[in-house]
Design a protein around this ligand. Structure first.
Ligand code: GLV
Ligand code: MN
Ligand code: MN
Length: 422
């Protein structure tokens, strides 16, 4: 039977590193934005690299800006890797992604200091991009690591201001022609600590009461995410002189689709999500009927067939709305990341690590996208979820995780790494 040798985690250090990062890219009002290869991203990149070097890790930056901090083990073989992403959504919070790589750094530092050199190599991974919120580049870090980025992508992808990804790569010191060099097989297993970003664990904790053991989540699967870009084209006309009947108003078509998709997701079941959250209206003038609207559809479900069905239904619904309103409709699939199951043996290690520390393990399906989604298809992967405060709000400035929950998450990560690497 596995014994537990409690690794002491410096919770104050976790908080101070999270605070430092949150200040990089902080907007005067609201949260932080560190889009891939932006100025704020570059500053965070340098800071994290510095932290890993100060901690005595062997630091390597790969061809896209992933930062790897290695602790060589006594035995040969690929390292046990822990980490998450350091980019953020616009007006993002302090914890999404950041708890994962900061927690990995603090856990690995503690393990080394308290237990010495590991048997198996350990590595901290600060992944350059997961959010897809500057370029629609869709898991840039983990796609680079798994060799899934097309050679032409840096020259095709533009941000919402039209800036080319290749140019921003060069400005950040990376060569867009060398993206393929970031691919590696040197991952023995991957562990990602993350806030849940939803209300499930927090509600369970509230129901259990303050004296019950703290809840930590063991992720069993990550939901699939599909993204469509719908373009509805009608006719721009004068809003005062054009009678209401006969208009070809693209915005009404988009509004109809957005409302219908909500009902559609509710009809499929509690794990289905269909969301229209980004819309561009042309010409976007109060006294011109909208001639064209482009909007995204974000579709999610943990079962591959249902996720695909949601995307197909959304596509059909957009075409139906176009037909009845005299619009043209084009639907492009921006990406589709199918759901992924976490590695059962690693999930069990996570559960046992949670229980061994006196916390209560709860199995949970991840509803957000994660680096583990891509890495989990290639390498044994598992995730640890901590309770998210403020009712689970995330991707917003109000994102919160208590210092106690952060500390518990890092303790579980350290214990799981100890079980795997010592
Ligand atoms: C990323 O966090 C996503 O789930 O969209
Ligand atoms: Mn994240
Ligand atoms: Mn996120």
């Amino acid at each position: 039977m596995e014994t537990t040798q409690r690794v002491e985690i410096d919770g104050a250090r976790v908080q101070s590193l999270l605070d430092e990062l949150h200040a990089i890219g902080r907007r005067p009002v609201g949260g932080t934005f560190r889009g891939l290869y932006s100025e704020a991203w570059r500053e965070a990149h340098a800071r994290i690299k510095g932290w890993m070097a100060e901690a005595g890790l062997e630091v390597r930056v790969d061809a896209v800006g992933n930062i790897w901090g290695l602790v060589p083990g006594r035995e040969a073989g690929p390292p046990i890797v822990a980490g998450s992403h350091y980019d953020t959504v616009p007006d993002g919070g302090k914890y999404d992604g950041q708890l994962g790589h900061v927690g990995a750094l603090v856990a690995v530092e503690a393990l080394r200091r308290q237990l010495g050199q590991p048997r198996r190599s350990l590595a901290v991974l600060a992944a350059c991009e997961e959010e897809g919120s500057r370029f629609t580049c869709n898991f840039w870090a983990s796609r680079a690591i798994t060799g899934a980025i097309g050679a032409d992508e840096p020259y095709q992808l533009r941000d919402f201001d039209g800036v080319l990804l290749a140019d921003e790569m060069r400005a950040s010191g990376f060569d867009p022609a060398r993206v393929a060099e970031a691919a590696t097989n040197e991952i023995g297993a991957f562990l990602e600590l993350h806030i849940e970003q939803g209300p499930i664990l927090g509600r369970m904790a509230d129901a259990a009461g303050a004296s019950a053991p703290r809840i930590v989540g063991a992720v069993t699967a990550i939901t699939g995410t599909g993204r469509l870009l719908v373009t509805l084209t009608g006719q721009p006309d004068h809003t005062g002189t054009t009678p209401m009947p006969g208009r070809r108003d693209a915005l009404l078509g988009a509004a109809e689709v957005a409302l219908a998709l909500r009902e559609m997701a509710l009809g499929v079941g509690p794990l289905a999500r269909l969301t229209v959250a980004r819309m561009e209206v042309f010409p976007n003038i109060p006294n011109v009927v909208a001639g064209e609207v482009r909007f995204t559809v974000d579709a999610r479900h943990p079962e591959p067939a249902v996720e695909l069905q949601l995307m197909e239904s959304a596509r059909q619904r957009a075409h139906d709305a176009a037909r009845t309103r005299g619009l043209e409709c084009r639907v492009d699939e921006l990406w589709n990341q199918p759901p992924v199951q976490m590695a059962p043996a690693l999930v069990e290690t996570v559960r046992q690590s949670i229980a061994a520390l006196g916390y209560r393990p709860v199995d949970i399906v991840a509803g957000a996208g994660h680096d583990s989604q891509l890495l989990g298809r290639r390498f044994p992967t598992a995730m640890i979820f901590t309770i998210t405060g403020n009712g689970g709000r995330s991707h917003c400035p109000d994102e919160y995780a208590s210092p106690e929950d952060c500390q518990a998450g890092v303790e579980v990560l350290a214990e799981a790494l100890r079980r795997l690497a010592y």
